[in-house]
Design a binder for this molecule. Sequence first.
Ligand code: OGA
Ligand code: NI
Length: 398
Amino acid sequence: MCRIELGSQTKLIYRLYTCLINIMNSTVDWPEPIVRVQSLSESEVAVIPDRYIKPPLERPTINSTTTTTTTTDAPRDDVNIPIIDLQGLYGDDDNLRNTIIGQISEACREWGFFQILNHGIRPQLMDRAREVWREFFHLPLEMKQPYANSPKTYEGYGSRLGVEKGAILDWSDYYFLHYLPLSLKDYNKWPALPADCREVIDEYGKEVVNLCGRLMKLLSLNLGLEEDVLQNAFGGQNIGACLRVNFYPKCPQPDLTLGLSSHSDPGGMTLLLPDDQVPGLQVRRENDWITVKPARHAFIVNIGDQIQVLSNAIYKSVEHRVIVNSGQERVSLAFFYNPKSDIPIEPAKELVAQDRPALYPPMTFDEYRLFIRLRGPRGKSQVESLRSQNTHKFCSCK
Ligand code: OGA
Ligand code: NI
């Protein structure tokens, strides 16, 4: 049993290593010519190309409000992730403050996902940020192509995650850029159009980094730690922050594919600004997929793998995916708040005890991120594989 697992792990490491060698060689590009999903969608094909067709078990099942079973992966429409109103967090009603902090604690432990209202970021800024990106994606292809990304840094305009030749792809295009560290922030890699794009993205980033910093304190306190422990484990002020804007074009056969395959976010914490008109995000809840119903001007917060590791699995980094539809495109902004990329992340020592050993070995975010960059989104296999490495250390098999 162990032998088989170790064997497959060795093979995987070998494959990742080979990919890594390729990726470090700067001449390497995507394994196949890039097709913009938006162009496919605009060509009004009635049938999607084979390489977007997911295996039957991964396809979204038809939405139904009548489903009561909890043992299928039919989406549940009668449930939503917790919605938490942050108004009162900084007021002088201690009871209210404690209630809000308690709601956040429960959401991090039970759901790994929640929405926040009255978070302090101006609704106009949120709307404008989404709209500048929508306008960018609606520019003619030749104006976007100069920003085409490569697997080396992923920065820019992209249409796939992962570099495996022949991989099945997701029905989306995206734009990826860095805010922090400042050494990686490069306005030339940000779109020049629409005219106010850089200014809006910049302000949006500053505000969201600030909000994430406030949330980190609450997450830390809720683990019974001093408020700065999580932030310090992330590298203090030297954190990383980046944005992935997802563009999900209309899809003529939405039940055969996904806009974004199931994955957990590899970083620390994600603040998602969803489309205000079109749902699509689904969160895994045991065997169900719950379609998130976004509240107006809320952010969707989710725990990433690095906080799961730091919290020694007290907080959950939960799998999620995106479904598409034939009637409307969808735009979302996923803001990733990450640890400094070269410091080892491991369970906080205060959360490790004799009866609760460290579930994960230390690993830097740079090392960790390679998996998803090479293999594309794959459920929770990555953080789970770390855990299995550590369980092997404890298990008795030779
Ligand atoms: C992501 C993500 C969800 C969405 O970009 O990691 O999960 O709704 N996006 O686009
Ligand atoms: Ni995600």
